[in-house]
Ligand binder design. Structure first.
Ligand code: PFF
Length: 446
């Protein structure tokens, strides 16, 4: 199966940047802190870290390995690998669910990307200056209450995503990730520094790292697992697609470790930047998806140089969101391109327009269509729950089961450079620990 069907990454660094660009996004800076806030702090964080190490990392490696062997889009990769190994075509479902999941996530991801764009403008025009907690909350709620405003920003974000993907992801983007990701890290450090001046940094540390186990529920554990998938872009064909552009020389385990560490450090850093501000201003920890939008502007509006820092922060957040959104659109586009007569640009427009339309239903959840649709969930929460809690874990489970139980064990071990104890450990984790972890959490939650 060594037939090379399409281009490969120019270097390991490029691959690491693209994978990190996909992994590090709104999930780290927007979603992780509010999930921690809703789930009661450190107990959630610890479960999340365990999920990342024992489940996320092995599945990341498995998805890359499958992609590299298949050398095609996730759906064809899975059907071809199944055929090649004399297995059921049913495994193709893993690829299908991956591509569908990416499409669904993109629709609501773009809505939040739009919030980030809107706040970038807000920072430039000095909208946050001198605002108190009520003022910042009012600003955010004002945005949510207006379907037109949300639609405008969602559309702009989607147009940017489509524009980049239509042209193909070039070295220009890779170059940008190379400078902007470190810049984001520096800004986070500055914000953490600001958090230290609020006098509530210790409280935030305690909240993030000192668990109160009584706060842990089945729902929390499922949420932690789902987020481990979301934040590493697992379970939706992205990493499989990225693996298909990968050459033989790249060490998958080492590369996965790098990506996972960067992703985790940025998420924890976001928590350390945000919670001191939440505590210092008596804000609601469980304010959900609005959390960073009602906390950070308070810091920016009341600190020296806040206008420029706020601008940089939301610009970089937008950029992190864009590099992830691109990775969400890519497998859908590949799929449309291969299954219809459409060429790249047409396929991108169709896939992007579809996600944009679904995104409109999601953004109406914040205002005119806030009644629950099914299971007490509005469209936005339905899309989030369906993907994060169901599709991603199940698709990831399929990928790891296939790799661990269906591919030749020795060839996988030699591909990963494993022998002796490390091979046994890999075997144990991928055959039992990771799949059982997903299954137990999943079944427990039902
Ligand atoms: N991992 C991205 C984040 O944490 O924001 C979100 C994401 C990107 C999820 C790409 C899934 C994906 F395929």
């Amino acid at each position: 199966m060594s037939k090379q069907l399409h281009a490969h990454w120019s270097s390991r660094l490029t691959f690491v940047l693209a994978a990190t660009g996909s992994a590090v996004g709104l999930g780290n800076i927007w979603k992780f802190p509010y999930m921690v806030g809703e789930s009661g702090g450190a107990a959630f964080v610890l479960v999340y870290l365990v999920c990342i190490a024992l489940i996320g990392l092995p599945i990341l490696v498995a998805e890359w390995l499958l992609g590299r062997r298949g050398q095609k889009n996730p759906i064809n990769t899975m059907s071809e690998l199944a055929r090649h190994n004399g297995l059921s075509r049913g495994w193709t479902l893993v690829g299908i669910s991956g591509v569908l999941g990416a499409f669904l996530i993109l629709s609501f991801y773009s809505v939040i990307g739009g919030w980030s764009l809107s706040y970038t403008l807000g920072a430039v025009t000095g909208e946050f200056s001198g605002l108190d907690a009520d003022g910042v909350g009012g600003l955010f709620n004002g945005m949510l209450a207006s379907p037109g405003v949300l639609l405008g920003w969602h559309s702009l974000f989607m147009i940017l995503t489509i524009g980049i993907v239509a042209r193909g992801v070039t070295s220009g983007l890779e170059g940008a990730v190379r400078t902007l990701m470190p810049a984001l890290a520096v800004l986070l450090v500055i914000l953490i520094g600001y958090g230290m001046t609020t006098g509530h940094f210790g409280e935030a540390m305690n909240y993030l790292f000192n668990p109160e186990w009584s706060k842990l529920t089945g729902t929390t554990v499922l949420a932690a697992l789902g987020h481990a998938f979301f934040t590493l872009s697992l379970g939706m064909g992205i990493m499989m697609a990225y693996g298909s552009y990968l050459g033989e020389e790249v060490n998958l385990l080492k590369t996965a470790r790098t990506v996972v560490i960067m992703d985790t450090v940025i998420a924890l850093g976001a928590g350390l930047a945000i919670f001191p501000i939440v505590f210092a201003n008596g804000l609601d920890l469980a304010s959900g998806p609005g959390l960073i939008f009602v906390t950070l502007p308070l810091a920016f509006g009341n600190m020296d140089g806040g206008v420029i820092l706020g601008l940089m922060f939301f610009l970089l957040l937008t950029f992190a969101a864009l590099t992830s959104a691109i990775s969400l659109l890519e497998p859908v586009v590949e799929f449309v391109e291969e299954r219809t007569p459409l060429a790249r640009v047409g396929a991108t427009l169709v896939a992007g327009a579809g996600a944009w339309a679904l995104g409109i239903a999601a953004l109406l959840s914040f205002n005119v269509w806030s009644e629950p649709l099914v299971f007490g969930l509005d469209v936005f929460n339905l899309l989030d729950t369906l993907t994060s809690k169901f599709m991603l874990p199940l698709t990831g489970l399929g990928a790891i089961l296939f790799t661990a139980w269906r591919l030749d064990r020795r060839s996988v071990q030699s591909e990963l450079g494993l022998s002796g104890g490390s091979a046994t450990l890999w075997q144990l984790v991928t055959r039992f620990v990771a799949p059982l972890g997903v299954i137990v959490v999943f079944v427990g939650s039902l």
